[in-house]
Design a protein around this ligand. Sequence first.
Ligand code: NDP
Length: 243
Amino acid sequence: MRLRDKVAIITGSSRGLGAAIAEAYAKEWADVVVTYNTSKDEAFKVAESVSSKLVVHLDVRDRETIKEAFKKSYETFGKIDILVNNAGINRPADFDKQTEEEWNEVIDVNLTGVFRCCQEVLPYISDGGKIINIGSLSGEYGGPRTPSYAVAKMGMMALTHNLARFLGPRNICVNTLSPGVIANEFTEKTMAPHVKEMAMSLLLIKRFATYDDMVGAAVFLASDESNYITAQTISVNGGAWVR
Ligand code: NDP
Protein backbone atom coordinates (compact mmCIF):
# COMPACT_ATOMS: atom_id res chain seq x y z
CA MET A 1 0.00 0.00 0.00
CA ARG A 2 2.99 2.29 -0.50
CA LEU A 3 1.18 4.23 -3.25
CA ARG A 4 -2.29 4.28 -1.74
CA ASP A 5 -4.37 7.27 -2.95
CA LYS A 6 -1.76 8.16 -5.57
CA VAL A 7 -2.57 8.61 -9.24
CA ALA A 8 0.17 7.61 -11.67
CA ILE A 9 0.45 8.03 -15.43
CA ILE A 10 3.12 6.07 -17.29
CA THR A 11 4.07 6.81 -20.88
CA GLY A 12 4.49 3.70 -23.01
CA SER A 13 2.74 1.39 -20.55
CA SER A 14 1.22 -0.81 -23.24
CA ARG A 15 4.09 -3.29 -22.93
CA GLY A 16 7.67 -3.81 -21.73
CA LEU A 17 9.03 -1.97 -18.71
CA GLY A 18 6.15 0.55 -18.68
CA ALA A 19 3.61 -2.27 -18.30
CA ALA A 20 5.72 -3.83 -15.53
CA ILE A 21 5.81 -0.49 -13.67
CA ALA A 22 2.03 -0.18 -14.08
CA GLU A 23 1.62 -3.64 -12.49
CA ALA A 24 3.98 -2.77 -9.64
CA TYR A 25 2.21 0.52 -8.90
CA ALA A 26 -1.19 -1.16 -8.94
CA LYS A 27 0.10 -3.77 -6.45
CA GLU A 28 0.95 -0.84 -4.18
CA TRP A 29 -2.62 0.46 -4.60
CA ALA A 30 -2.00 3.34 -7.00
CA ASP A 31 -4.60 4.31 -9.57
CA VAL A 32 -2.77 3.84 -12.85
CA VAL A 33 -3.45 5.54 -16.18
CA VAL A 34 -2.24 3.19 -18.92
CA THR A 35 -1.05 4.87 -22.12
CA TYR A 36 -0.22 3.54 -25.57
CA ASN A 37 0.98 4.88 -28.85
CA THR A 38 0.49 1.99 -31.30
CA SER A 39 -0.22 -1.04 -29.06
CA LYS A 40 -3.84 -0.32 -28.16
CA ASP A 41 -4.96 -3.94 -27.62
CA GLU A 42 -1.95 -4.65 -25.39
CA ALA A 43 -2.71 -1.49 -23.40
CA PHE A 44 -6.26 -2.65 -22.70
CA LYS A 45 -4.90 -6.02 -21.50
CA VAL A 46 -2.51 -4.23 -19.14
CA ALA A 47 -5.37 -2.03 -17.94
CA GLU A 48 -7.47 -5.08 -17.17
CA SER A 49 -4.70 -6.71 -15.16
CA VAL A 50 -4.08 -3.54 -13.12
CA SER A 51 -7.81 -2.70 -12.83
CA SER A 52 -7.18 0.67 -14.45
CA LYS A 53 -10.11 3.00 -14.93
CA LEU A 54 -8.40 4.87 -17.77
CA VAL A 55 -6.50 3.95 -20.93
CA VAL A 56 -5.43 6.83 -23.17
CA HIS A 57 -3.58 7.37 -26.41
CA LEU A 58 -0.40 9.36 -25.79
CA ASP A 59 2.22 9.86 -28.48
CA VAL A 60 5.15 11.71 -26.94
CA ARG A 61 5.88 13.28 -30.36
CA ASP A 62 2.45 14.93 -30.43
CA ARG A 63 1.80 17.63 -27.83
CA GLU A 64 -1.97 17.55 -28.41
CA THR A 65 -2.22 13.87 -27.41
CA ILE A 66 -0.12 14.58 -24.31
CA LYS A 67 -2.35 17.50 -23.29
CA GLU A 68 -5.47 15.45 -23.86
CA ALA A 69 -4.10 12.48 -21.86
CA PHE A 70 -3.27 14.63 -18.82
CA LYS A 71 -6.58 16.46 -19.05
CA LYS A 72 -8.53 13.18 -19.14
CA SER A 73 -6.49 11.80 -16.24
CA TYR A 74 -7.21 14.89 -14.19
CA GLU A 75 -10.91 14.82 -15.06
CA THR A 76 -11.11 11.14 -14.10
CA PHE A 77 -9.12 11.18 -10.85
CA GLY A 78 -9.04 14.84 -9.81
CA LYS A 79 -5.24 14.84 -9.66
CA ILE A 80 -1.97 13.42 -10.99
CA ASP A 81 0.70 12.55 -8.40
CA ILE A 82 3.23 10.55 -10.41
CA LEU A 83 4.46 10.82 -13.98
CA VAL A 84 6.79 8.15 -15.34
CA ASN A 85 8.42 9.12 -18.64
CA ASN A 86 9.11 5.62 -19.89
CA ALA A 87 8.33 5.71 -23.64
CA GLY A 88 11.49 5.14 -25.63
CA ILE A 89 12.95 3.84 -28.88
CA ASN A 90 16.40 3.00 -30.17
CA ARG A 91 17.91 3.10 -33.66
CA PRO A 92 21.31 1.48 -33.21
CA ALA A 93 24.12 2.34 -35.63
CA ASP A 94 27.82 3.10 -35.43
CA PHE A 95 28.53 6.81 -35.20
CA ASP A 96 29.55 7.16 -38.85
CA LYS A 97 26.46 5.28 -40.06
CA GLN A 98 23.75 6.96 -37.96
CA THR A 99 21.49 8.89 -40.31
CA GLU A 100 20.16 12.32 -39.45
CA GLU A 101 16.66 10.95 -39.79
CA GLU A 102 17.36 8.27 -37.15
CA TRP A 103 19.06 10.84 -34.95
CA ASN A 104 16.07 13.19 -35.09
CA GLU A 105 13.59 10.37 -34.50
CA VAL A 106 15.34 9.17 -31.33
CA ILE A 107 15.90 12.67 -29.94
CA ASP A 108 12.26 13.53 -30.66
CA VAL A 109 10.88 10.54 -28.73
CA ASN A 110 13.47 10.00 -25.98
CA LEU A 111 14.38 13.58 -25.13
CA THR A 112 11.97 16.13 -26.59
CA GLY A 113 9.10 13.76 -25.74
CA VAL A 114 10.10 13.90 -22.08
CA PHE A 115 10.39 17.70 -22.26
CA ARG A 116 6.87 17.91 -23.73
CA CYS A 117 5.35 15.59 -21.11
CA CYS A 118 7.06 17.40 -18.23
CA GLN A 119 5.83 20.78 -19.49
CA GLU A 120 2.28 19.62 -20.06
CA VAL A 121 1.93 17.88 -16.69
CA LEU A 122 2.84 21.07 -14.78
CA PRO A 123 -0.73 22.43 -14.47
CA TYR A 124 -1.96 19.08 -13.16
CA ILE A 125 0.75 17.45 -11.03
CA SER A 126 0.21 17.72 -7.28
CA ASP A 127 2.65 19.56 -5.04
CA GLY A 128 4.77 16.83 -3.44
CA GLY A 129 4.42 14.75 -6.63
CA LYS A 130 7.04 12.66 -8.42
CA ILE A 131 8.45 12.65 -11.91
CA ILE A 132 10.55 9.63 -12.85
CA ASN A 133 12.43 9.64 -16.14
CA ILE A 134 13.60 6.29 -17.46
CA GLY A 135 17.20 6.77 -18.55
CA SER A 136 19.74 4.17 -19.59
CA LEU A 137 23.23 2.98 -18.83
CA SER A 138 24.01 4.14 -22.40
CA GLY A 139 23.22 7.69 -21.33
CA GLU A 140 25.69 7.44 -18.47
CA TYR A 141 28.67 6.52 -20.62
CA GLY A 142 27.83 7.22 -24.27
CA GLY A 143 26.93 3.58 -24.93
CA PRO A 144 28.11 1.61 -27.93
CA ARG A 145 26.38 1.71 -31.34
CA THR A 146 23.74 4.10 -30.02
CA PRO A 147 24.88 7.70 -30.56
CA SER A 148 21.41 9.25 -30.74
CA TYR A 149 20.08 7.08 -27.92
CA ALA A 150 23.02 7.77 -25.60
CA VAL A 151 22.82 11.51 -26.26
CA ALA A 152 19.05 11.59 -25.70
CA LYS A 153 19.34 9.69 -22.42
CA MET A 154 22.23 11.84 -21.21
CA GLY A 155 20.23 14.93 -22.17
CA MET A 156 17.33 13.51 -20.17
CA MET A 157 19.58 13.35 -17.10
CA ALA A 158 20.34 17.06 -17.50
CA LEU A 159 16.63 17.75 -17.98
CA THR A 160 15.95 15.82 -14.76
CA HIS A 161 18.38 18.04 -12.90
CA ASN A 162 17.07 21.26 -14.41
CA LEU A 163 13.43 20.39 -13.74
CA ALA A 164 14.21 19.25 -10.19
CA ARG A 165 15.62 22.73 -9.59
CA PHE A 166 12.47 24.33 -11.05
CA LEU A 167 10.04 22.12 -9.09
CA GLY A 168 11.92 21.98 -5.79
CA PRO A 169 9.81 24.86 -4.35
CA ARG A 170 6.71 22.70 -4.93
CA ASN A 171 8.33 19.67 -3.25
CA ILE A 172 8.07 17.76 -6.50
CA CYS A 173 10.91 15.28 -6.82
CA VAL A 174 12.36 14.61 -10.27
CA ASN A 175 14.73 11.68 -10.73
CA THR A 176 16.14 9.44 -13.43
CA LEU A 177 15.88 5.69 -13.03
CA SER A 178 18.65 4.36 -15.23
CA PRO A 179 18.38 0.67 -16.12
CA GLY A 180 21.27 -1.41 -17.37
CA VAL A 181 20.41 -4.10 -19.90
CA ILE A 182 16.99 -5.71 -19.49
CA ALA A 183 16.50 -9.14 -21.05
CA ASN A 184 13.48 -8.28 -23.21
CA GLU A 185 12.29 -7.67 -26.77
CA PHE A 186 13.76 -4.15 -26.91
CA THR A 187 17.21 -5.60 -26.18
CA GLU A 188 16.74 -8.48 -28.63
CA LYS A 189 15.83 -6.02 -31.40
CA THR A 190 18.47 -3.41 -30.72
CA MET A 191 21.62 -5.14 -29.40
CA ALA A 192 23.87 -7.16 -31.68
CA PRO A 193 25.34 -10.34 -30.10
CA HIS A 194 28.84 -8.82 -29.78
CA VAL A 195 27.38 -5.72 -28.07
CA LYS A 196 25.49 -7.94 -25.62
CA GLU A 197 28.71 -9.83 -24.88
CA MET A 198 30.53 -6.55 -24.26
CA ALA A 199 27.68 -5.35 -22.02
CA MET A 200 27.77 -8.59 -20.01
CA SER A 201 31.50 -8.13 -19.45
CA LEU A 202 30.77 -4.79 -17.70
CA LEU A 203 28.45 -6.35 -15.14
CA LEU A 204 29.37 -7.32 -11.60
CA ILE A 205 26.19 -9.39 -11.32
CA LYS A 206 26.53 -11.65 -14.33
CA ARG A 207 23.06 -11.59 -15.82
CA PHE A 208 20.85 -9.12 -17.63
CA ALA A 209 18.01 -7.56 -15.63
CA THR A 210 14.42 -8.68 -15.26
CA TYR A 211 11.51 -6.28 -14.82
CA ASP A 212 11.38 -7.34 -11.16
CA ASP A 213 14.89 -5.93 -10.79
CA MET A 214 13.61 -2.54 -12.03
CA VAL A 215 10.25 -2.05 -10.39
CA GLY A 216 11.49 -1.82 -6.80
CA ALA A 217 13.33 1.42 -7.58
CA ALA A 218 10.36 2.69 -9.61
CA VAL A 219 8.04 2.16 -6.62
CA PHE A 220 10.54 3.68 -4.19
CA LEU A 221 10.98 6.81 -6.33
CA ALA A 222 7.19 7.19 -6.59
CA SER A 223 6.54 6.68 -2.88
CA ASP A 224 6.79 8.96 0.14
CA GLU A 225 9.91 7.02 1.16
CA SER A 226 11.89 9.11 -1.35
CA ASN A 227 10.48 12.55 -0.50
CA TYR A 228 13.97 14.03 0.06
CA ILE A 229 15.57 12.49 -3.05
CA THR A 230 15.56 14.71 -6.12
CA ALA A 231 17.79 15.54 -9.11
CA GLN A 232 19.41 12.10 -8.86
CA THR A 233 20.15 9.25 -11.21
CA ILE A 234 19.39 5.91 -9.58
CA SER A 235 21.26 3.28 -11.59
CA VAL A 236 19.83 -0.23 -11.53
CA ASN A 237 22.37 -2.04 -13.64
CA GLY A 238 23.98 -5.00 -11.88
CA GLY A 239 26.94 -2.85 -10.89
CA ALA A 240 27.96 -2.07 -14.48
CA TRP A 241 31.57 -1.03 -14.34
CA VAL A 242 32.13 1.17 -17.34
CA ARG A 243 35.57 1.44 -18.85
P1 NDP B 1 9.68 -1.58 -25.42
O1 NDP B 1 10.09 -1.40 -26.84
O2 NDP B 1 9.32 -2.93 -24.92
O3 NDP B 1 8.45 -0.60 -25.08
C1 NDP B 1 8.50 0.72 -25.51
C2 NDP B 1 7.26 1.44 -25.07
O4 NDP B 1 7.40 2.80 -25.50
C3 NDP B 1 6.00 0.89 -25.69
O5 NDP B 1 4.96 0.87 -24.74
C4 NDP B 1 5.68 1.89 -26.80
O6 NDP B 1 4.28 2.09 -27.01
C5 NDP B 1 6.24 3.17 -26.20
N1 NDP B 1 6.53 4.16 -27.24
C6 NDP B 1 7.40 4.12 -28.27
N2 NDP B 1 7.32 5.24 -29.00
C7 NDP B 1 6.38 6.02 -28.41
C8 NDP B 1 5.84 7.29 -28.69
N3 NDP B 1 6.20 8.02 -29.76
N4 NDP B 1 4.91 7.79 -27.84
C9 NDP B 1 4.50 7.08 -26.77
N5 NDP B 1 4.93 5.86 -26.47
C10 NDP B 1 5.87 5.33 -27.29
O7 NDP B 1 10.88 -0.97 -24.56
P2 NDP B 1 11.31 -1.21 -23.02
O8 NDP B 1 10.12 -1.49 -22.22
O9 NDP B 1 12.44 -2.13 -22.98
O10 NDP B 1 11.87 0.24 -22.69
C11 NDP B 1 11.19 1.15 -21.86
C12 NDP B 1 12.14 2.26 -21.49
O11 NDP B 1 13.28 1.72 -20.83
C13 NDP B 1 12.67 3.05 -22.69
O12 NDP B 1 12.75 4.41 -22.37
C14 NDP B 1 14.07 2.49 -22.89
O13 NDP B 1 14.92 3.40 -23.50
C15 NDP B 1 14.46 2.20 -21.44
N6 NDP B 1 15.53 1.23 -21.29
C16 NDP B 1 15.37 -0.05 -21.74
C17 NDP B 1 16.41 -0.96 -21.59
C18 NDP B 1 16.32 -2.37 -22.06
O14 NDP B 1 17.34 -3.09 -21.95
N7 NDP B 1 15.18 -2.83 -22.55
C19 NDP B 1 17.68 -0.58 -20.97
C20 NDP B 1 17.73 0.79 -20.54
C21 NDP B 1 16.68 1.64 -20.70
P3 NDP B 1 3.43 1.38 -28.19
O15 NDP B 1 3.87 -0.06 -28.26
O16 NDP B 1 2.02 1.54 -27.71
O17 NDP B 1 3.68 2.12 -29.46
